[in-house]
Structures are given as structure tokens and as C-alpha cells.
Design a binder for this molecule. Structure first.
Ligand SMILES: *[C@@H]1O[C@H](CO)[C@@H](O)[C@H](O)[C@H]1NC(C)=O
Ligand SMILES: *[C@@H]1O[C@H](CO)[C@@H](O)[C@H](O)[C@H]1NC(C)=O
Ligand SMILES: *[C@@H]1O[C@H](CO)[C@@H](O)[C@H](O)[C@H]1NC(C)=O
Length: 336
């Protein structure tokens, strides 16, 4: 008699407990790999930039057994950082001569590369679009319009606009909320994302904050920057994604977690936890783009290479899929 009552109860309980963990490992690179940023192709595949080697990989997270494919080794740079799409077959990314230990690119080494995917089976076409001579540390990269990119300069505390047709560049944004701090002199403004075409969200790692700034069509400021949220003590925000409501899903670096910050500044950890390796020193995040995975936040990690988990644990750089439907109680408030 009892099992008739218990069976449905167990069915209800088991999926619920499984559902509590929204994070799934898609692929883990070898130990010593720092994945820095990603772009999601319309097909659903992820383009991954590495900091530990100047390599660009393609990974299909929806494949039964995802395996990264090397797209290109950028032998005239030592690391890769931000990446952005300008059309479904064209991406731009940042390369420079630096290492994660020092975060000090060689002066004059910051460049923007173009990666174009022609019709298969032709191989990707790689070229140098711009050398941003006076940039110090280019980090995040977004597309302002089809021929203009915006790049954050973490050490200058500024945003550059780069014209992809002429290769010309100039500083368009500078704000006190973008500056590094004396104790963390190299890592001010870090991730940047556009919400619609006139609000730039940015994180500042040294100041441990998320802020927004309204911009004109050419990227120059239409308002002073405004702070939205501060990271928890002992953590900071690295790169992030913006959902369709304008809420941010942020990687917390040393926090080993994903934090959602709504426009009103309220926030909550939706995946991972400090000193656990499930999300080991996350670096960037982007939503899936297919019907199948538009609710999935893809997260890249450094595996704790700069900030070991619990002080001494390092794992391989990870690509993770975080199901954002599972933080529904918080996410649905005010969204429906
Ligand atoms: C960057 O490093 C590459 C590879 O070592 C080297 O060929 C290139 O000359 C360096 N560029 C600059 C600007 O230092
Ligand atoms: C944003 O895009 C709209 C429509 O494409 C355009 O009318 C407007 O000028 C753009 N604004 C900026 C700041 O680029
Ligand atoms: C995480 O680990 C570091 C290094 O062991 C330790 O200093 C810190 O207190 C830990 N944080 C938490 C919340 O356990």
C-alpha cells in the first residue's frame, strides 16, 4: 500500500533536487588553460579566446560529446581577450603581448584581429584590422555598429572606438568609475556590453562595481556613468552578459559564482559558490542563441589559475552551461 503513496512522492522529489543545480560542465580544457572570453555563433557554437595561449577555439555546446576545434593560433600575439560579432560570419578579437601573471601588455602590442568564416569548406580568413598604438590593456570588446567596435582599456580606465574600415582608433569614454585603484592599478574597467545601442554596461574590477553609461551613436558619453551594484567583499566582477530585460549576469572572479544584478541593484547568486570548483574563477558569460538554449548562460573560466580555489586548487579552464530558468523565483519577479 505504502509504495503507491511513496512512488509519486519520490518522483516529485528526485527531479526537484536535481533541478537545484543549474550548472552543467560542457567541456574542460587541460589544467593551465585560461579561457578569457566567448562569442556565440548563430548556429549555437561558441568561439572561445584563450589567455594562456593565443588560440581561438570553436565548441558546439549542443553536441552529444562537445570537442573544441582550433580555429587559429595567433602567432604574432601572446594572448587573446575580448571577442565580438559584426555579422554572422565575421568576428573581431583582441590580441596583445602579455601574460596573466603581470597583466602588462608590451606597449604597442594591442591589436584587433578580424576572423571571417567564408562558405565551407574554405578555411577561416584571418587579418589584422588595427594596431591600437596608445592603448595600454585592451580587454572587453563590443560591436557599436557594423563598422565600429568599442574596447575597454583596463589600465587607462577608458573606452576606445575602433573603425574597422580604416583601422583608426580614438578614446571615446573616460569616467572616474572606469579607473583602476591604487591597490589594483591595472584592472579598472573590464567587461563591457551594450544594451540596445545606447547604454553601455561595464564592470570595474579594481572598484568592484557594475555601472552603466548612456552613449551617443559615435560612442561618446551622453551622461556620466552611474553605479548599479557593488561586488561582495573579497570578490569583484569580471565579464558578464545582459539579458533581454537589461539585467546583468556577472562572473564574480574570486567568488567562483554567477551573480544576477537587476536594474534596481538587487542581486542574487544564481550558480556556483565561493571556494568550490564547479565554476572555477569565471571570466565571461553569454546567452545561447538557438531556440534550444536561449535560456542557457554559457560561462568560461580560468580554472582558478590566478585565484586558486580555496587558496590552492587549480583545475582546467571550463566551459559551463548555466540553466537560468532554475533561478526562476528571483528572475520572474517584475519580469512577467
Ligand atoms: C609580440 O610577440 C610576438 C610573438 O613572440 C612577436 O613576434 C612580436 O614581435 C611581438 N610584438 C610586439 C609589438 O612586441
Ligand atoms: C539606435 O538604433 C536606432 C534604430 O536602429 C537608431 O535610430 C538610433 O539612432 C540608434 N542610436 C544610437 C545611439 O546609435
Ligand atoms: C575561501 O578560501 C580562502 C583561501 O583558503 C579563504 O581565505 C577564504 O576565507 C575562503 N572563503 C570562504 C567564504 O570560505
Amino acid at each position: 500500500m505504502y509504495h503507491f503513496i511513496l512512488a509519486p512522492l519520490l518522483c516529485a522529489i528526485v527531479p526537484l533536487s536535481l533541478a537545484l543545480d543549474p550548472t552543467r560542465l560542457v567541456y574542460q580544457f587541460p589544467k593551465g588553460t585560461w579561457i578569457e572570453n566567448l562569442a556565440v555563433r548563430p548556429s549555437g557554437s561558441l568561439l572561445l579566446t584563450l589567455i594562456t595561449t593565443p588560440d581561438l577555439y570553436l565548441l558546439d555546446p549542443l553536441a552529444a560529446d562537445p570537442k573544441p576545434q582550433l580555429i587559429h593560433h595567433f602567432s604574432s600575439s601572446l594572448w587573446l581577450t575580448g571577442i565580438t560579432e559584426t555579422d554572422p560570419n565575421t568576428y573581431y578579437l583582441i590580441g596583445a603581448n602579455a601574460t596573466y601573471e603581470t597583466l602588462s601588455p608590451t606597449p604597442g602590442s594591442n591589436r584587433i584581429y578580424r576572423v571571417h568564416f567564408p562558405q565551407p569548406p574554405n578555411p577561416p580568413e584571418i587579418s589584422v584590422t588595427a594596431v591600437v598604438e596608445n592603448a595600454v590593456f585592451l580587454n572587453g570588446l563590443v560591436t557599436l555598429n557594423p563598422t565600429t567596435l568599442l574596447a575597454s582599456d583596463s589600465t587607462l580606465g577608458a573606452v576606445w572606438a575602433i573603425d574597422t574600415t580604416s583601422g583608426a582608433s580614438r578614446i571615446v569614454l573616460q569616467d572616474s568609475l572606469m579607473l583602476p585603484a591604487t591597490d589594483i592599478p591595472k584592472l579598472g574597467i573590464n567587461g563591457i556590453r551594450l544594451f540596445s545601442n545606447h547604454t553601455l554596461y561595464f564592470t570595474n574590477s579594481a572598484q568592484a562595481l557594475l555601472a552603466t553609461i548612456r552613449i551617443h551613436a559615435d560612442g561618446t558619453a551622453a551622461s556620466p556613468a552611474k553605479k548599479i551594484a557593488s561586488a561582495a567583499t573579497g570578490t569583484f566582477y569580471d565579464d558578464f552578459a545582459i539579458d533581454r530585460y537589461g539585467d546583468a549576469l556577472l562572473t564574480t572572479g574570486p567568488g567562483d559564482s554567477i551573480e544576477e544584478v537587476r536594474r534596481d541593484g538587487s542581486s542574487m547568486i544564481i550558480a556556483g559558490a565561493v571556494n568550490t570548483t564547479e565554476i572555477a574563477q569565471p571570466t565571461s558569460a553569454q546567452f545561447g542563441r538557438t531556440l534550444e538554449d536561449s535560456h542557457v548562460l554559457y560561462v568560461t573560466t580560468a580554472g582558478g589559475l590566478a585565484i586558486p580555489i580555496d587558496g590552492d586548487v587549480v583545475v582546467g579552464g571550463q566551459v559551463l552551461a548555466v540553466d537560468t530558468r532554475k533561478s526562476e523565483r528571483f528572475r520572474m519577479m517584475g519580469k512577467i
